[in-house]
Design a protein around this ligand. Structure first.
Ligand SMILES: [Fe+2]
Ligand SMILES: [Fe+2]
Length: 132
């Protein structure tokens, strides 16, 4: 199965404007990564995209965690664990793709990142917005 660009849908909105905005921004960054991965020869562009994604994800998680603490969200620890784990996975995947960027690994990287982000937004992030 070929990889695809992500398409934002309003059903992904969680109802907290600044978090929703960052989720949409993250979709855009993932689409930039998609484009960079599609060009087989430019490892530097892939590295730049992954660096940008890591930086934005890290600051997005910090904002979300601040939001949860401010609202005394009961699921804080579990949600934060998901964030921490994803950042570790992201670093590992980035290292892996830059070491050996063959097509199957590119597709796998993209599938994993896209699936995690969408799944996290429509489950855990929606949860934090609806239960505070
Ligand atoms: Fe989250
Ligand atoms: Fe989020």
């Amino acid at each position: 199965m070929a990889t695809q660009r992500l398409i934002w849908r309003d059903e992904y909105l969680i109802g907290v404007d600044e978090l929703d905005w960052e989720h949409q921004d993250l979709f855009q960054r993932l689409n930039e990564l998609h484009d960079a991965l599609a060009k087989s020869d430019d490892l530097e562009a892939i590295e730049d995209c992954l660096g940008e994604i890591h930086a934005r994800v890290e600051s997005h998680f910090a904002l979300e965690e601040q939001y949860m603490r401010a609202n005394k969200f009961a699921g804080y620890e579990a949600h934060k664990d998901e964030h921490d784990e994803f950042l570790e996975v992201l670093v590992e995947l980035a290292k892996g793709i830059l070491d050996s960027p063959e097509p199957e690994r590119r597709d796998n990287l993209e599938f994993q990142l896209q699936a995690w982000v969408i799944n996290h937004v429509i489950t855990s992030d929606r949860d934090l917005a609806t239960t505070v």
